[in-house]
Ligand binder design. Sequence first.
Ligand code: ZN
Length: 153
Amino acid sequence: MNSNVRIKGLQSYHYAWLSSHPERTEAWMRERLRDGFHVHHMDGNHSNDEPTNLVLIDGIDHMRIHGMSVERNIDRWNSLAGKRAEADAECQRAYDLKAESGLPWVEVAKIVYGNQKPRDDRPWHDIAQPLANRTRKYAKRKGIAWPPIGAPK
Ligand SMILES: [Zn+2]
């Protein structure tokens, strides 16, 4: 069982599963992982990535197979989902602002973060760049135009 809920990186067993499902893409798999699906090793051997040993199943069913507490993990997922929703809202705010104002990313970051430096004392430029990157990925995932209309280079 993959107990660390990783959203971004596909693991070897995801690629192994994809290799036997050529009609599915990496992007499709990432969507399923975001939906809470897991790949389960049927024989219990996590290093056996033979495609016949791998099934893609709903995470709740996966936890049942492994006898885990569904409630505890649902709490964890909800909190992860909440963080994702928050991050998405932040990216949408940044995207809209960029599209409407054409401000440089540094200025967008200052507004999105309410003129308060998040977490540390990094210069704004170092905060703006990751925000721009996250927003670009968000736009790609949502299928919206990039760069935002009207944004300067
Ligand atoms: Zn499993």
